[in-house]
Design a protein around this ligand. Structure first.
Ligand code: ZN
Length: 539
């Protein structure tokens, strides 16, 4: 394949970015390995409390399993760094503080930890944890008992953001959540055979499942609960470290936390036991009560680098499923929550762009890791222009005029990749396709009254295996300058966001307008932004 000048440099940049990210990951692994070696490990006899429910009466039944910690394995399913639903994505991060501590204790107890990240396992080629799992001589996986069929009753929505603007499916995830510690002696596996063999070699009899989504991947992916259960290993699910993919309906008071709780109870009714990992580690005397590991969860859950867009208003629910007797306190102006901030009483309805910060307090003491969310009110739809940009001549940066190829010139009437202009699945006939970072200037005429446009990420990439491993990286900011003055800008735009509307009044006597499609920090080859239905309204 021959690459044009700009495509060649973009390719070089992408390779550089990937190398840099690998170096950072390697540094993190070395650091974590260093942390691991500080701890002495010691196996312990455990008395695990397993809970199921009578399917007819919902009566809770608990059983005690006596097992040495060295015979217990941990499997972690799909703790990805990104999810096409922003709320689902942030809910992984919400579990990370508890999760890391729980795994730290599991490693002290000499429990083997096997990560099963499915779609993103390819990212770990060459990692010692992955190669070690691939190196085993696989055993044949026996099927000695039937897996009980769990009937999942929690409603599943388009996404977990609720009744407003939903997220659209893509497969952008490309790694494990970077805040989760990957231990030096852990394993990364991709098949039931690998997990089964690793556990058999180590004499594992009991397996604790963590991860998500409980009603989908944790249940049925290769290496997941369903398949290991059938081998006869005693499998259980960590009640405090799993999340189901359900929905958020503030009108009915249905939260993603309720969805997870309902899903866990569905497992119990099928006879699949759950345990509370933190309670188990408390019983083993290895849990420090001063560890702050819980977060206030937010629905819906956008962030400044991936905002939740809404029209008119949106209703926010805050929850702390693993903290009792606390006040959830919050601020709506971006300031840190303190023990005198307002106490959350009921769902909050907001009607303007809001930076929410929240934390839980017991009496006056902070007892959660603070969390935050960002909600952006979409401005009204702009008018269509009288003169479209497609019919005007633009100027690129003066350097690019002398040395073409060193600045990325936009395409008229198509995406940068010369495909139909498409934002959030909708096609646009008129507009300009940019690759960030780039800009074009237009001369302003006295008869121009305003500049109008919509701008968003081109989503043609979703046609190729739903943007697999790529869609998470697109992020741009659109800006409008007139004679050097910033007149308007979009929030950070991500894949499948509603296009951002622009309606910019042009001051008398202005000379030039500069339309910018900026990189928003990811420096990624897929930062393709479209200005559509863009141009000038006449006086
Ligand atoms: Zn969503």
């Amino acid at each position: 394949m021959e690459l044009s000048g700009s495509a060649f440099y973009r390719k070089i940049k992408q390779v550089k970015d990937i190398l840099l990210s690998k170096i950072i990951l390697l540094a993190a692994i070395i650091l974590i390995a260093g942390c691991d070696s500080k701890y002495s490990t010691e196996t312990k006899p455990l008395q695990l409390t397993l809970q199921i429910q009578d399917p007819n009466t919902d009566h809770i039944i608990t059983n005690t399993e006596n097992v040495n910690s060295a015979n217990v394995g941990v499997v972690i399913v799909d703790p990805w760094n990104y999810h096409w639903c922003m709320t689902a994505c942030e809910r992984v991060s919400a579990m990370v503080p508890r999760w890391n501590r729980a795994l730290e204790v599991a490693r002290k107890l000499e429990m083997p930890i096997v990560w099963v990240p499915s779609d993103v396992v390819g990212t770990y080629s060459g990692y010692l944890q992955r190669e070690r799992a691939l190196g085993v001589e696989l055993l044949k996986v026996p099927v000695v008992k039937e897996m009980p069929q769990a009937i999942f009753t929690a409603p599943v929505g388009k996404c977990m953001c609720g009744p407003g603007i939903n997220c659209i499916v893509n497969y952008g995830h490309d790694a494990i959540n970077p805040a989760l510690f990957l231990g030096d002696n852990d394993f990364i596996a991709s098949s039931t055979e690998e997990v089964y063999t690793l556990f058999k070699e180590k004499g594992i009899t009991h397996v604790i499942y963590m991860g998500l989504h409980t009603n989908m991947c944790l249940y049925g992916k290769p290496g997941a609960l369903k398949y290991l259960w059938q081998t006869g290993l005693k499998c259980m699910v960590a009640r405090d470290i799993n999340d189901a993919f359900t929905t958020y309906d503030p009108y009915k008071g249905f939260t993603p936390d309720k969805g997870t709780q309902q899903t866990d109870e569905d497992l119990e009714r099928a006879g699949i036991p759950l345990i509370n990992v933190v309670e188990e580690w408390q019983k083993a005397g290895l849990w420090d009560e001063n560890w702050i590991v819980e977060t206030v969860r937010i629905a819906p859950w956008g962030k400044p680098d991936r905002p939740y867009f809404f029209r008119q208003s949106t209703t926010i629910t805050l929850t702390t499923p693993w903290l009792k007797d606390v006040d959830i306190r919050y601020t709506l102006d971006g300031s840190d929550p303190t023990n005198s901030s307002p106490v959350y009483q009921k769902p909050l309805t907001i009607s303007k762009t809001t930076n929410l910060r929240t934390a839980a307090f017991r009496k006056k003491n902070l007892v959660s890791v603070p969390t935050s969310a960002y909600f952006v009110l979409l401005p009204p739809e702009p008018k269509h222009p009288d003169i479209y940009l497609d019919n005007l001549n633009y100027m690129v940066d003066p350097y690019g005029q002398i040395h073409p190829g060193f600045v990325w010139e936009p395409k008229k009437g198509t995406s940068y990749e010369e495909l139909p202009l498409r934002i959030r699945g909708k096609l646009y006939e008129k507009g300009m396709g940019f690759a960030a970072p780039s800009a074009v200037r237009y001369e302003l005429k006295p008869e121009y009254d305003s500049f109008v446009a919509k701008a968003g990420i081109d989503d043609n990439m979703l046609d190729n295996h739903k943007g697999c491993h790529l869609a998470m990286h697109c992020s741009v900011v659109f800006r409008v300058f007139i004679d050097g003055n910033l007149m308007a800008e979009s929030p950070v735009m991500r894949i499948s966001q509603e296009p951002w509307p622009f309606d910019v009044k042009i001051p008398q006597g202005s000379r030039y307008i500069n339309l910018v499609c900026m990189d928003a920090g990811s420096r990624n080859i897929m930062d393709l932004g479209n200005w559509v239905d863009s141009g000038f309204c006449l006086k």
